[in-house]
Write a new protein. Structure first.
Length: 212
């Protein structure tokens, strides 16, 4: 079953909820290797998004909803998270255009564009100990699931599983981007907060798709 605006809005609301629930954890992760503001910034950004969701017109598409998230995060979230996530949602919105419903191929295109936007903005690669380490395996898993004939919810579940594993995989890495890169080997043993928030957001996408 394809996914439309009802799913997109549910995903955004669930993302806001999960970010709020894990705010302290994300702050702690970021405090260990960064500025310590990731959880606070993400919660503030998604809280601002929630106040605008009800203003979406009745004919809004999933792309419209993602563009709303993008512009709001860019304007309200500080640090690296705002530009990176904002670019991800903006590129994702562009990839799916004005389609009212998203099939498996569109879901993969959405995730791929989001990841590519983050790479373009942050100049990070897999292994740099950033959110790219969660996004890239998520994209690969989604593409593989779609090629195997999986449903939209199964594609998103595969992406979420891979993102969670990707977040864990950042723990033994030395950071090569961002403030964490200044720590050298002292960053080893700590999970990247952006990779962890990515895992939460993609799990929210999968959970809401399963309920759709």
């Amino acid at each position: 079953m394809s996914l439309g605006i009802t799913w997109a809005v549910a995903w955004i609301r669930q993302s806001a909820q999960v970010v709020s629930e894990h705010r302290v954890e994300l702050i702690t992760l970021d405090r260990e290797i960064g500025d310590g503001d990731h959880g606070e910034n993400m919660e503030r950004g998604f809280s601002a998004v929630l106040t605008k969701l009800d203003d979406l017109p009745s004919e809004a598409t999933p792309g419209d909803a993602l563009k709303l998230v993008a512009t709001t995060l860019i304007s309200t979230v500080g640090g690296a998270a705002g530009p990176l996530y904002g670019t991800a949602y903006l590129k994702a919105a562009a990839a799916i255009g004005s389609a009212p419903e998203l099939d498996g191929a569109a879901i993969v295109a959405l995730l791929t564009a989001a990841r590519d936007g983050i790479v373009l903005r942050g100049k990070a690669e897999v292994g740099d100990k950033t959110m790219v380490d969660a996004w890239t395996p998520a994209v690969d898993a989604a593409a593989a699931a779609q090629a195997a004939g999986a449903s939209e919810s199964e594609i998103l579940a595969a992406a979420a599983d891979a993102a969670e594993a990707g977040a864990v995989s950042t723990e033994p890495l030395v950071a090569h981007k961002g403030r964490a890169s200044y720590l050298g080997e002292r960053a080893i043993g700590h999970r990247d907060p952006g990779a962890q928030s990515t895992a939460y957001i993609l799990r929210a996408a999968a959970d809401t798709a399963a309920e759709a």
